[in-house]
Design a protein. Structure first.
Length: 319
């Protein structure tokens, strides 16, 4: 790939107005999403499309708004402005019944996992089937076995959450997310709190499920090994904006960009490179220092553009 092409594949808002999901229509379609909490603008005009069957990884530093964007995709938060569509439905336009119908079509693996401790693994997985279907208990038992087999937990069906490891709890929560045969799977920091080997096993499982079931997956993470392992495409959030959406190779090219040619990259590309590599030095660090210093001086948070304080801040910094 040519250097000039890096990051050019920014997303545009589609203007498709179809209510039914067609094969080439995005599964998730986010258009100019703005979200504020009080006077903090967390998402500032975010665009993103996720296509059927792909695994999209949304990355960003902690507090960058990854969980917030995910909660918009599942209809648990609504935008201040802009639009979020899931499977062709504009979530903010649905009533509670319609939203519940859409909810049956996706599964979520939350950061915490959140199994019911008093129920066995099998009972936890059976719960969505008991609540949302009229299936006979024999059929439910079979469904539960299939889901547990998919995540490699069939022989642990009768254990309580307290009797299994952290990685196995994640697997059980994933089996529960799969209970209703979702078309879409959302993962919020799936490897948080896991050791590297267990974390790699969860990554492998995410890839397997995507292949075996053909589900569309949206994975939110700040762990780069995990991100590169599972992604078809990646999206990077920084200061409320989606600063790059592209395939994994384009991100890998930036990550591996040699230091002696760093000047060929613009500020945005250097920011992405620093994040992907976890480098201590780079534009992210410089911006943080500038922001904190100006905050210190002025006793208030900076407006959007820290560079407007450039001269005062820059002149005191070592070059
Ligand atoms: N319900 C809420 N009320 C107020 N502020 C929130 C709420 N949810 C998230 N935030 C703020 O929004 C920012 C982004 O949070 P979050 O999406 O959880 O980040 P991430 O998942 O990337 O770590 C943080 O500054 C957080 O404090
Ligand atoms: Mg989060």
């Amino acid at each position: 790939m040519q250097y000039q092409e890096i990051g050019d594949a920014r997303t545009k808002c589609y203007s498709v107005r179809m209510s039914e999901q067609s094969p080439d229509q995005p599964v998730v379609e986010i258009c100019n999403l703005v979200k504020r909490f009080g006077d903090q603008t967390v998402l500032d005009g975010v665009n993103l499309q996720v296509m059927p069957g792909e695994t999209m990884v949304v990355m960003g530093g902690s507090g960058s708004g990854k969980s917030t964007i995910l909660r918009h995709m599942i209809g648990s938060l609504y935008p201040n402005s802009g639009e979020v569509k899931l499977l062709g439905h504009t979530l903010s336009e649905l009533n509670e019944d319609e939203l519940n119908e859409v909810r049956k079509k996706f599964g979520i693996l939350f950061q915490s996992g959140a199994l019911f401790n008093s129920m066995t693994v099998a009972e936890n997985v059976a719960l969505p089937l008991r609540e949302h279907t009229m299936l006979d208990h024999n059929i439910i038992d079979i469904q539960v076995k299939i889901k547990l087999e998919l995540v490699g937990l069939r022989e642990h069906a009768d254990k309580l959450p307290a009797q299994i490891s952290g990685g196995m709890k994640k697997r059980a929560a994933l089996a529960r997310a799969l209970a209703l045969d979702p078309q879409v799977l959302f993962y919020d920091e799936p490897s948080a709190g896991l050791d590297p080997v267990t974390s790699a096993e969860i990554d492998r499982l995410i890839i397997d499920l995507s292949k075996k079931l053909g589900v569309t997956s949206i994975v939110v993470t700040h762990e780069m090994d995990s991100a590169f392992a599972v992604a078809d495409r990646m999206a990077m959030l920084e200061r409320g904006k989606m600063i790059m959406v592209d395939d994994r190779d384009a991100f890998a090219e930036l990550r591996d960009w040699p230091q002696d040619r760093i000047q060929e990259l613009d500020d945005r590309q250097q920011t992405i490179r620093q994040f992907l590599r976890g480098d201590a030095e780079g534009p992210i660090t410089r911006r943080k220092a500038a922001t904190n210093y100006a905050e210190d001086l002025l006793g208030e948070p900076l407006p959007d553009d820290p560079t407007r304080f450039g001269p005062a801040v820059e002149s005191t910094r070592p070059t």
